[in-house]
Design a binder for this molecule. Structure first.
Ligand code: P1T
Length: 385
């Protein structure tokens, strides 16, 4: 079905990029599980030559995701890190990247342990403070990189404000929109140049696939990224693309329930005597609550909190929950809980973690879509253990 760009989010989630199979009418896009395509003669082909460059299942997903982000172009990658790598490969030695100070540990590792070796320089700044960002620009600044809400402190960065500062200096902005999803936040409409997702998370939604994507309206960036996608080769397989495409059809429905549950869990934690602090942009006392209300449809379903009693208590809590599984990752239908300092953010230097507030009692949860009473009972039982 040809779906109008003005159609509602749910309609685009289900239909954008997908046409009935021309051979059979199959309503679901086939999984083109092939590495190559037969040519009539040398150079005589149907536009499909070799599957690193061309795969129809992947192209359907790319169009679907582009539509959800309100983008002209979409490209899919083998992981969120594969997407980030491909963007960085479009830069060159000597380029300076300003990244937000609170960032997924794997993205920090990629910048600090890989791309720094190739002569790129990085500054990490708290982008919730415009003055700090302005001072970080140099004449070599080639890209601004931010997550919002950030992983794992759940800071909310004002995308429009940051994009305006960058635009005035001709610097493109990449927003990692993984925590928010395109249903809750649309960075391109706020001035971002590139949007990146780990589609392993809410887009995939079922903890059964690793993937990434980049969406943009910028033709030049799209051409460079497409060239690099084929050259560097961090492309996803067709089965994984199919799984993500099956999942985006329910993104809007899942997110509504994720958020509803998260609001209830945040309220429970905020009122609990064993909890020292809760980080959730939906709480009135979150320092960026107003920005979140302005730029997000809802505050998402990631919550961080500090449990009283330090590492011992945190360990006991993680071993006691029955429904909240102790695991890295987020965004699946099942609830997860983890210890960032030991798990997802172990690559971040201890002093940086401490400065951010990622200490021994600091935990992060991804609220799933199970029955809320069971989730509440599970956490209450573990907090009191
Ligand atoms: O895992 P991968 O698909 O490569 O995505 C990397 C990535 C990128 N951006 C954000 C904001 C992320 O959270 C991630 C992956 N994060 C986890 C695995 C985690 O538990 O935080």
């Amino acid at each position: 079905m040809k779906v109008d760009a003005n159609a509602g989010f749910g309609t685009r989630a289900i239909h954008a990029g997908q046409m009935p199979d021309p051979t059979t009418g199959a309503i679901m896009t086939p999984i083109y599980q092939t590495s190559t395509y037969v040519q009539e003669g040398p150079g005589e082909h149907k536009g499909y030559v070799y599957a690193r460059g061309h795969n129809l299942t992947r192209h359907a997903l790319e169009q679907n995701l582009a539509s959800l982000e309100g983008a002209k172009h979409g490209l899919c990658f083998s992981s969120g890190c594969g997407a980030a790598t491909t963007i960085a490969l479009c830069l060159k030695a000597g380029d300076h990247i300003i990244a937000c100070d609170d960032i997924y540990g794997g993205t920090f590792r990629l910048f600090d342990k890989v791309f720094r070796n190739f002569g790129m320089t990085f500054s990490y700044v708290d982008m919730t403070k415009p003055g700090a960002l302005e001072a970080a620009f140099t004449d070599k600044t080639a890209l601004l990189w931010l997550e919002t809400p950030t992983n794992p402190m759940l800071k909310v960065i004002d995308i429009a404000a940051v994009a305006a500062l960058a635009k005035a200096r001709g610097v493109p902005v990449c927003v990692d929109n993984t925590f928010a999803t395109p249903y809750l936040q649309q960075p391109l409409a706020l001035g971002a140049t590139l949007v990146l997702h780990s589609s392993t998370k809410y887009l995939g939604g079922h903890s059964d696939v690793i993937g990434g994507c980049v969406l943009t309206n910028d033709d030049g960036w799209h051409q460079r990224l497409k060239f690099m996608q084929n050259s560097a080769g961090a492309t996803p397989g067709p089965m994984d693309c199919y799984l993500v495409m099956r999942s985006t059809k329910t993104l809007h429905v899942r997110m509504d329930r994720h958020v509803e549950n998260a609001r209830a869990i945040a309220a429970l934690l905020a009122a609990h005597p064993q909890v020292e602090k809760v980080y959730y942009p939906g709480l009135d006392n979150h320092p960026h609550h107003e920005v979140a209300k302005r730029q997000m449809k809802a505050p998402g379903a990631m919550i961080s909190f500090v449990v009283k009693g330090g590492l011992d208590k945190a360990r006991r809590l993680l071993k006691t929950t029955r429904i909240f599984a102790c695991a890295e990752s987020l965004g699946g239908v099942e609830s997860l809980i983890e210890h960032p300092a030991i798990m997802t953010h172990a690559s971040v230097p201890p002093e940086t973690r401490r400065a951010l507030g990622i200490d021994d009692g600091f935990l992060r949860i991804s609220v799933g879509i199970e029955d809320i009473n069971d989730l509440k009972a599970d956490l209450l039982h573990a907090l009191e253990a």
